[in-house]
Design a protein around this ligand. Sequence first.
Ligand code: COA
Ligand code: AMP
Length: 630
Amino acid sequence: MEIGYRGIYKLSMDDPQGFWANAAEELVWEKKWDQVLDDSTAPFYHWFNGGRLNTCYNAVDRHVNEGRAEQVAVIYDSPVTDTRQTYTFLELQDEVARLAGVLKSQSIEKGDRVLIYMPMIPQAIFAMLACARIGAVHSVVFGGFAAAELATRIEDAQPKIVLSASCGIEVTRVIEYKPLLDQAINLSSHKPAHTIIFQRPQAAASMQDGRDLDWISACEQAEPVDCVSLAATDPLYILYTSGTTGVPKGVVRDNGGHAVAMLWSMRNVYNVKPGEVFWAASDVGWVVGHSYIVYGPLLNGNTTVLYEGKPVFTPDAGAFWRVIEEHKVSVMFTAPTAFRAIKKEDPKGEYCKKYNLKNFRALFLAGERCDPPTLSWAEELLNVPVIDHWWQTETAWAIAANCLGIEALPVKPGSPSCAVPGYQVDILNDKGEVVAEDEIGSIMIKLPMPPGCLPTLWNDDERFVKSYLSTHPGYYLTGDAGYKDEDGYIWVMSRIDDIINVAGHRLSTGAIEEVIAAHPDVAECAVIGVADELKGEVPLGLMVLKSGVERDMSVIAGEVIALVREKIGAVCSFKKVVSVAILPKTRSGKILRGTMKKIADCESYKMPATIDDPAILDEIKIALKSIGYA
Ligand code: COA
Ligand code: AMP
């Protein structure tokens, strides 16, 4: 008899160790674990202590050995270069083993960090898996980040080597990566010994003798190397994500728990069987790319699609449907913003009608709250279940989802459904009490979190505890606020910190403020996320100029916008800034960002009781109106 979602969820809560040990049996272990969960150093938890395995073996070699050698593992589809390329599991094994050989020949050993700064080309996947193969810890940095952001990550991760490419391609624009990388290495006090550069025909990177190696010739000369044995608790990767300051947090992922969670989620959340084609239209630089372009689908023996293009303009709003038809995609994952972009270009869905989507079974959306109009537009257009699910870089996989592999629950538009098995999600008030149904509070996860979730932050146990575990002992702070309804559906409504979500990309307004404040004419500033029809939210800056500054405001605004683009990157989409005489603050000096956001978004707001001078809000409204808000 099928026990359904509630039965499986209960099993995971009643006997988490039995539940995850059972899931772990699906992987190939060199040595099984001694302990499913080691809680002896709580609040630090370690899954599958004593176990040994290799993630790359399970994602690649295992399939070659078990009859999938000739199955396509990776489809590279690049409308921006008009390229389609496929790699079978056997070919993938060869590419990865040889690149691992290159790393070995450069003295990269288990535990060494390797930074990967790559566009969406197959070599990015080879790079990640090559590191996993030899136990090096990779840290992929999204290509849209500027040199200064890259430098911060080099400084923190201290990589021995950087793998990169000569360029990325943004629709029609070629973005040269190598000058950015050179600049980042100059800015960083840590200097990687080498870089390995994949030269693309669209741009030739200039190479520094002795330091920079050519990817293609290095691979031609390399001997393939085998997978090494790793402890389940050894780190697989570090992925930096926005924190509340300009210093990003290095989320650590282990090998064992991560592989178990990835495999389990492919089957139970996404309902994909080995051999099927799975497509996550994201970027390898984000957690979605790590989990569901690379590790999840490959661990599950799926064919994964690596798409170097956009939902629109490459070449049109039919791009996604073309990929789904051409590659027989069964299940797809992207961010709601991609669907808003398609809807904007093709509101009636005319392009979709031109393609045959008969293999397509389900669409999953995450990265930001899925607004109900976008959800229903996608449902009507595609006629398949459209599933909003909620998770974050820290967890690596869904916290709340409609687990199609277990039981399809009724969809409630605006909610990512219920807690995924393994996660006890509670809504807490300021006192740390679980609140009543429908009451808003801080969304928290009871410790221990399931396998796959971060065991700590890179080299910073203290920040890990301070940022996530100290608000209410025994709980992990997600940073999101919301409520649970009478059916246990979770409603994620907003962030409780200064994180904003721009086109599904997570950014810190604090980090943008740090850049603006460094402009010589700026005395003080605040950045808020304002509603945007396409990107969900975009950052907007309010700045107070230093007294005596008489330069033209539009010139200063242009400089500030350029500075943010230079220091953080284009991905920030920082294009709006306005000068104000004064920023509204509480009597204790806290800037009222939430109130200003409500004014900009034309939402009603309560006059904060602690405001210093209420009249300032009227001036803010006038300033925001002058740039098209409020
Ligand atoms: N390298 C260099 N620059 C990049 C980049 C990369 N890898 N990725 C984005 N950028 C640049 C863009 O060219 C753009 O520059 P511009 O300001 O000069 O136009 C800027 O960063 C903002 O990029 P983006 O947020 O992607 O906006 P867009 O207007 O180019 O496209 C969408 C909007 C909605 C089509 C696009 O964001 C998208 O497809 N999003 C959905 C999928 C997704 O990636 N989700 C992420 C997590 S699941
Ligand atoms: P990231 O770490 O970049 O994946 O961003 C994680 C954050 O994005 C979450 O903490 C939420 O604030 C937001 N988010 C992701 N998915 C959803 C969703 N389905 N609904 C609401 N918010 C989401």
